[in-house]
Design a protein around this ligand. Structure first.
Ligand SMILES: Cc1cc2nc3c(=O)[nH]c(=O)nc-3n(C[C@H](O)[C@H](O)[C@H](O)COP(=O)(O)O)c2cc1C
Length: 362
C-alpha cells in the first residue's frame, strides 16, 4: 500500500461518512436558552477573533485535511480559492508526504498559490522532528503549524506507528524551535483537560480539542483493513466529543486564559454548531468533513458560497442572541443534556452556572 493511495482512501472514506452521518452528535445535547428581546442590530456584530498572535476574520477555519494526490490537489485548490475569497483561515493535510516525496509538494503549495495573503497553517504529525516542522512551515509559507496527535488512528492504521512515548518531548522541541504559532490538535478523539495541561506545561499555547462525532478516523482506517477477524470496529466512536473536552477545559481553568487558547472541532455541521462551540468556550472552530464534501463534489464557486453563508449566518445567530463579538458568546445561556451532562456530572463540572450566566453580564 503506497502512501498516495492511503491519502486517496482517506478522502473517499471521509466523503462516504458525510453521506451517512452519525444521527446524534454531542452538539445536540447543547441548546441555547432563547431570550426573545436580547437581539441587537446585525451590523453591530463583528466576527473578528484573536487566536494567539493571529487575527481571524471569523471564528471558524478549514481544518487540516489533505494533500499528496491528484484529488487532494483539486480539493486544496477549491478550498484555498474559497478561503481567500471569504477570508477564512485554512490548514492543509499532513505535509509529511511532501517531505518524504517532494514530487507531491504541489498538491500542498497550491494552497499558498491560490491564497497568497490569507492565514494558512501547515500540518504535521506529532512524531516528526523540529527539522521536519520547519520544512513544513517553509514549504507552505505558513502562518502557523498544526501538529496532530492521533494515537488511536495510528493504532488502527495497518502501517501506523505504535510508539507514542516520545510525542510530548518532540512537541516541546517543535514549540520551542519554531517562530510561528503551533496548534496541537487531535484528529477526532478529543483532548482532555489532562492532555491540555500537559501541552501547556511544555509551552504549547493553542490547542484544538478535535473531538469525536464527525469524521471517524478509526472507522476510516478500519475500512482500509482486510476485514474478517482483522477488525477494530469496536473502536468506532472512541474518544471524547468537543463538548466534553470544552467542559473539561473549563473545569481546569483553561478557557479564557491570556496564555492559552482553546479551539474546537469535530462533527461541526452548520453555523449553529459553531455558535455552540463558541458558547462552550472555544475561541474558534474547525470544520473538515462538512467542507470536504463541497470542495470534492461541487467545486470552488460552491465552496465560496458556503464559506460566505456560514459567516453571514453565524453573524445572524449572534445578532439574535445579542452578542456583538465571538468572545462574548461566553455570556449566552446554554442548557446541557444527555451524555454530555453525564460527563460533566462525573467530572464534577457545574452546569447550572452555564444556564444562567447572561444575567451576570446585565
Ligand atoms: C480527508 C481527511 C483527511 C484528514 N487528514 C488530516 C491530516 O492530515 N492531519 C490532521 O491533523 N487532521 C486530518 N484530518 C482530521 C480533521 O482535521 C478533523 O480533525 C477531523 O476530520 C474531524 O473534524 P470533522 O468532523 O469536521 O471532519 C483529516 C480529515 C479528513 C476529512
Amino acid at each position: 500500500m503506497n502512501v498516495s493511495s492511503r491519502k486517496e482512501d482517506h478522502i473517499r472514506l471521509a466523503a462516504e461518512q458525510q453521506e451517512n452521518p452519525v444521527p446524534h452528535r454531542a452538539y445536540d445535547d447543547v441548546s441555547f436558552i432563547h431570550h426573545a428581546l436580547d437581539g441587537i442590530d446585525r451590523t453591530r456584530v463583528d466576527l473578528t477573533t484573536q487566536v494567539g498572535p493571529l487575527t481571524f476574520a471569523a471564528p471558524f477555519y478549514v481544518n487540516g485535511m489533505t494533500g499528496g494526490t491528484e484529488t487532494a490537489m483539486i480539493i486544496n485548490r477549491n478550498l484555498a480559492i474559497a478561503a481567500a475569497e471569504a477570508q477564512i483561515p485554512m490548514a492543509c493535510g499532513s505535509v509529511g508526504i511532501a517531505l518524504d516525496y517532494p514530487e507531491t509538494a504541489q498538491s500542498f503549495t497550491v494552497i499558498r498559490e491560490q491564497n497568497p495573503n490569507g492565514i494558512v497553517f501547515a500540518n504535521i504529525g506529532a512524531g516528526r522532528t523540529l527539522d521536519d516542522a520547519k520544512r513544513a512551515v517553509e514549504l507552505m509559507q505558513a502562518d502557523g503549524l498544526q501538529l496532530h496527535v492521533n494515537a488511536v488512528q495510528e493504532t488502527i492504521m495497518p502501517e501506523g506507528d505504535r510508539d507514542f512515548s516520545g510525542w510530548l518531548s518532540l512537541i516541546e522541541e517543535i514549540v520551542g524551535g519554531l517562530d510561528v504559532p503551533v496548534i496541537v490538535k487531535e484528529v477526532g478523539a478529543g483532548l482532555s483537560a489532562k492532555t491540555l495541561l500537559k501541552l501547556k506545561d511544555v509551552g504549547v499555547s493553542i490547542a484544538d480539542v478535535a473531538g469525536v462525532g464527525g469524521t471517524d478516523f478509526g472507522k476510516i482506517e478500519n475500512n482500509r483493513r482486510s476485514g474478517g477477524h482483522d477488525d477494530y470496529s469496536y473502536l468506532h466512536g472512541y474518544g471524547n466529543s468537543a463538548v466534553q473536552c470544552l467542559l473539561d477545559a473549563r473545569s481546569a481553568g483553561l478557557l479564557g486564559a491570556s496564555d492559552f487558547t482553546v479551539l474546537a472541532s469535530g462533527g461541526v455541521r452548520h453555523p449553529l454548531d459553531v455558535a455552540k462551540n463558541l458558547a462552550l468556550g472555544a475561541r474558534a472552530v474547525g470544520v473538515a468533513g462538512s467542507f470536504l464534501k463541497v470542495a470534492l463534489h461541487e467545486g470552488p464557486d460552491a465552496m465560496v458560497e458556503v464559506l460566505l453563508a456560514w459567516k453571514s449566518r453565524l453573524g445572524e445567530m449572534m445578532a439574535i442572541m445579542g452578542v456583538p463579538a465571538p468572545d462574548q458568546m461566553e455570556y449566552t445561556d446554554i442548557l446541557i443534556r444527555g451524555e454530555s451532562r453525564d460527563f460533566a456530572e462525573v467530572r464534577g463540572i457545574d452546569l447550572a452556572g452555564l444556564a444562567s450566566r447572561s444575567q451576570e453580564k446585565e
